[in-house]
Design a protein. Sequence first.
Length: 378
Amino acid sequence: MSDLIMVAMSGGVDSSTVAWLLKQQGRPIAGMFMKNWEEEDADSGCTAEDDAADARRVCEILGIPFHGRNFAVEYWEEVFEQFLAELKAGRTPNPDVLCNREIKFRTFVEHARDLGAELIATGHYARRRDNPDGSVSLLKGVDGGKDQSYFLYALDQEQLACALFPLGELEKSEVRRLATEADLPVADKKDSTGICFIGERNFDAFIDRYLDAEPGEIRTPDGELIGTHQGLIHYTLGQRKGLNIGGLKNHPEAPWYVAHKDLANNVLYAVQQTDHPLLMATELAAGSLTWIRRTPEAGERMAAKIRYRQPDQGCRIARIDEHRLLLEFDRPQRAVTPGQAVVLYDGDECLGGGTIESSNAPLPPAMQSHQNEEPVSA
């Protein structure tokens, strides 16, 4: 194995700046572009071919080898099928977490090693720390607004040990500045958003191609019929857009928010307060736990995030075993969403986390006589 570093090139400013920085340091590098979705979406304004062309162009400018790989089969089997299964089950999955664990830091690494690379480098805003005992820690990126450790919580020691995060010590504005000074053609390119690797699409129309959505009723917590939803797979807790509720007699002209999904009866419950009691929880249960360096203990206090870019929330581990944990928060949390990740931190160190299964948010009164969900437990 050589000391070659394989840079995960997306065709964007972050990965291009990573390649430039490593080149400036005199490190032996090559770039690899991953195509993980076969179908293109012309309406999004940017296709995988465009991104691949940008990545190739940057590699040519830097004078480094360029490799292209198609991981569409692996992405479908390891990420997208589970994504669809979670949606169908009424949860709100986070495909970026799975994509990082199974594609970027597993399949990509395997192909990089086949090409002689010992390490990989990505454009994630996170930091790696090598500890005296030989373990590796995952730390938050310095730029709090861009920190992506939340999406990397499911990586293990082996995956982190071969990964470099050159942008972890930089602010996003500094990355843009460096790319401009280096005359990289993607210096002003818009950051990508949307489903991991699939891009910016009309999400509802995209999902309708793979799952059957059954329309149903929208009701208030007391059971009043106020509208019709297009299928529970299209909604998540706390959501405001897309409900199409307005002008109702005896209700103020205020926004409506998704408060609960009654899967058994295909009913969506909505409220008009962003902090309505039905949207607030002080406890959550999570499963599918993964820990990076050490397993937290019951009674331990730390911080948690239940969504990307959320400020750290003080909490205590009430119970924990190999499979599940129960978290108690210092303050009520809004829209604790099953299927999303809860990620735990000890200061700047990301310890790991799991998938949210349930919370102690109350049920709508109209449902309380026929509870269809298990209570929070660990």
